[in-house]
Each structure stands twice: as C-alpha cells, then as structure tokens.
Design a protein around this ligand. Structure first.
Ligand SMILES: O=C(CO)[C@H](O)[C@H](O)COP(=O)(O)O
Length: 228
C-alpha cells in the first residue's frame, strides 16, 4: 500500500449526548481523522448534523475533520463548512452538475478536495477530475444510514479507482464508507482502500472505542499483507 492506512471514526454512530468525550476517546485510541456526515433529507432520505455541531467538534479535537456532504447543491455550503473547521470536504459526484467548478471551490476554501461516489455510479465518472482529487469516498452502502451491510460489488470499483489514481500519478486517499468491520476491512484494503470510515464498529463496539480502533487496525494489516 502506498498511502498510509488511516482510521476515520464516523460520528454518526457516536452518543450525541457525549459527542466531545466520544471524539476525544477516538483520538486517544489512535484514530487518524474524524468523519463527519452531513445529510439533508433530500440527497439522502435522512437528516443528520450540520454547521453548529462541526463548530463544537472543532473545539474538541485536533484531528483532521473529514466532512462528507450528502446534500444537494453543496456549492453554497462549502465556504461555510470550511470556516466551521473542516479539513477536507467531499461532495457527491451525483449531486454536482459542474463537478470541476465545485472541486476547485473546495480547494479555494482551503480544504483537501474530496468526491464521494454512490454504489451504482461507475468509477469512470471520476476520470476527468482525477488530477484535482485528494480524497475519493467510495460508498460501500447506499448513503443515508449507519449500520448497513457492505456491498461487495464495491471492491472492483475500489481497485479501478486506485489504478486510475496511479495512472495520473496521484496518492489519492481512497476511503471506504459503510459496513466497515473486521470482516470487510481486509478485502477493502486488499482492493486498494487506505482510509477506513467506521461508525458502528468503533463507537458501538461492546468493549469500547479503543477495542474498535485496534480491531480495525489489526484487520487492515491482514489485507495489507495479502497485497505485499
Ligand atoms: O456515510 C454514512 C452513511 O451514509 C456512514 O458514515 C457510514 O454508513 C458509516 O456507518 P457504519 O460504519 O455504521 O456503517
């Protein structure tokens, strides 16, 4: 694996009554990024959290906060989420008719540039914007809800996207998002993913957050060994 393995706990599965504590526990457990899901009830059939929660979280952690906008018409919100503390912002290819312009505006807002891609959308949709990307979020479930099962069809797309990134000479962070656990992690890593976004497996682990992070890191090394 060229890109460093990173673990990004998704706060969607955290206990919102103790969000600061939960995120600090994830940081202490060795998480690399915090993943922050924004849902608008239009692009996805669910509403989650937004700018005030991001501002609060910014004060609770020094880890990079990776904002995933599952919203229609994201352009108007990019500077607002950047100002609120996002380090990276991903928009959905399916929500952006002028994707190139939207991605340029993420960079102009001072954030790492990300794009998310739904399970039914082919990898080729990202071909032309590949030189602009720092992050690709491969949705491994239909977006909108935590706790769903990983879609195996995503594995070949991860491999395709890793090959496309290498072809343009970019060390793009390839995230997998949805249903990431100790069983799916080795396969996702073997396919070429290097950022594990996990909500349920970390924040709802029966032995606690540290055990969830450790279990995913151990599972990732199985996938990495099988590629070497
Ligand atoms: O983007 C998301 C849902 O749209 C969540 O980040 C993702 O589903 C992670 O949750 P879990 O690890 O519980 O599957």
């Amino acid at each position: 694996m060229i890109n460093k393995l990173k673990i990004a706990p998704s706060v969607l599965a955290a206990d919102f009554t103790r969000l600061g504590e939960e995120v600090r526990a994830a940081e202490q457990a060795g998480a690399d990024w915090i993943h922050f899901d924004v849902m608008d009830g239009r692009f996805v059939p669910n509403i989650s959290i937004g700018v005030p929660v991001l501002q609060a979280l910014r004060g609770a952690t020094s880890l990079p906060i990776d904002v995933h906008l599952m919203i229609v018409e994201p352009d108007q919100y990019i500077p607002i989420f950047a100002e609120a503390g996002a380090n990276s912002i991903s928009v959905h290819v399916e929500a952006c008719p002028h994707l190139h312009r939207t991605l340029v505006s993420i960079a102009q807002a001072g954030c790492r540039v990300g794009v998310a891609i739904n399970p039914h959308t082919p990898a080729i949709m990202l071909q032309e914007v590949m030189p602009l990307l720092d992050i690709i979020n491969v949705m491994t479930v239909d977006p909108g809800f935590g706790g769903q099962s990983f879609l195996d069809g995503s594995l070949s797309k991860i491999a395709q996207l890793r090959a496309m990134a290498q072809a343009v000479g970019r060390d793009i962070d390839i995230e997998v998002d949805g249903g990431i656990n100790t069983e799916t992690t080795p396969r996702a890593v073997e396919a070429g993913a290097n950022v594990l976004i996990a909500g349920t497996t970390i924040f709802r682990h029966k032995e606690g957050i540290q055990a969830g992070v450790d279990a995913l890191r151990a599972a990732a090394s199985q996938g990495a060994n099988s590629t070497s």
